[in-house]
Ligand binder design. Structure first.
Ligand SMILES: [Ca+2]
Ligand SMILES: [Ca+2]
Length: 72
């Protein structure tokens, strides 16, 4: 299991509305900030792929796995 705590600061930056989860829209903003424009469809695909417990959004733990594996 990935060490989620090391990604907490990044996670909180990405979680703009502060609900404790990253939505496809927030992921899209992150990718834009990193200089990579992705489509809404691609953002949803990445979230679905990272969404281990199938609740439609990315938790800190899921985010840590995603970051270790690489977004793209
Ligand atoms: Ca959020
Ligand atoms: Ca999830």
């Amino acid at each position: 299991m990935a060490n989620a705590e090391q990604y907490r600061a990044t996670f909180e930056l990405v979680d703009v509305d502060g609900d404790g989860f990253i939505s496809p829209g927030e992921l899209k903003s992150l990718m834009r900030a990193l200089g990579q424009e992705i489509s809404d469809t691609r953002a949803v695909e990445v979230v679905v792929a990272a969404d281990a417990n199938r609740d439609g959004k990315i938790s800190l733990e899921e985010f840590a796995v995603l970051m270790e594996r690489g977004v793209a």
